[in-house]
Design a protein around this ligand. Sequence first.
Ligand SMILES: C[S@@+](CC[C@H](N)C(=O)[O-])C[C@H]1O[C@@H](n2cnc3c(N)ncnc32)[C@H](O)[C@@H]1O
Length: 401
Amino acid sequence: MTMTGEMGVEDPAMRRAAMVSELREDVIVSEAVAAAFLTVPRHVFAEGEPLEAVYDSNTPLVTKVDSRGAALSSVSAAHIQAVMLERAGIEPGMRVLEIGSGGYNAALIAELVGPEGSVTSVDIDEEIVARARRCLRSAGYGRVRVVRADAEHGVPEHAPYDRIIVTVGAWDIPPAWINQLSGRGRIVVPLRFAGLSRCIAFDRVGTRLVSRSYCLGGFVPMQGQGTFTDTVVPVTGDAALRVDGPDPGFDVPALRRAIHGRRIARWSGAAFDLPDELELFVVTSGPLVPFLHASQALVDQGVFTPAVTVGAAVLVEAGSFAYRTKRGNEDTGGWESGVYAHGPNAEDVAERYLDLLRRWAAGYRRRGAARIEYIPGDGDGGTPRGWCAPKRHGVVAVSWP
Ligand SMILES: C[S@@+](CC[C@H](N)C(=O)[O-])C[C@H]1O[C@@H](n2cnc3c(N)ncnc32)[C@H](O)[C@@H]1O
């Protein structure tokens, strides 16, 4: 499709329309969200970026990096913004807090709440705040408030909020976010637990939060008081276990021997499907399911499958471990799940993993099957149900109804 107007000049409105048509194919369902994306000039918030990148729905536009080149701030990809806005269900007249500023997403929210509503955006970084204010003014959204603060404390001056949209990776939900939500408010937050991040839309129910939907979605990490880091336990020079919490005391010498020892393969006879959902089921099946990360060199040597280069959920039993794999099988709908296991107890740990794979395929093989709750630690939210991850300010509880 040509993206030039009558004078042969690239036309951002045409690119915008093309991006919205594409987003309508899988994420945008409401006319209000489509209209917001058609109206807000994304390129005004992406100074110096080529229009092709600006209007590519899957491309985030990095606006600041740290000394090692890792992104500290970006205008997020339009795709995840559309997902979050659809799940937020923002209506005209609402009061909305956006955590993490880029300007563009706040302008989309301003379109959704209309002149009767209000939008406050907060960012910890003065440079990002100045940039967001400048871009918002240029695009005609000077009414969006951009505040510089650590979002750990929310923005109490303009609370309560009907919606809070968190656009930075969070490891916990500080009390301020719940307290500043209105009684029937909703928060959409990319929350990390058990080594995974899920973008969750939570409804406030009393003082607890109950998920109404969740999906994959990664963001730049939180800075300030909410900063978090995973624990990485090296096993060999090119393989490590990553855990969310302190090192539980793995038997590293035994695991090192297991890596280079015999490997067994076992098959579940069950379908392999929706790997992100299956992974969530596995990591919330026990108190500690770490991720195994290994180098391409170990894959090339035939020790591991390529999945470990990005991290594979592993069941560890002393000096033995297992992780999942798949193979083609028409009898199970195209793919069948299975496991590779190493170590003296490889048979046992493989069997435990296979049991999880079969249970998931039989009972939960659909998107969004888990119920995720956040129960604040002040004692008012009641008793957590199911698998629990303790956080600084409360507990994430996951159950599989
Ligand atoms: C992905 S960007 C925000 C994207 C933006 N909402 C947009 O329009 O696409 C994440 C932002 O979160 C900010 N941030 C990180 N930690 C923060 C904290 N503790 N409080 C407030 N902002 C924070 C970063 O400075 C960064 O600008």
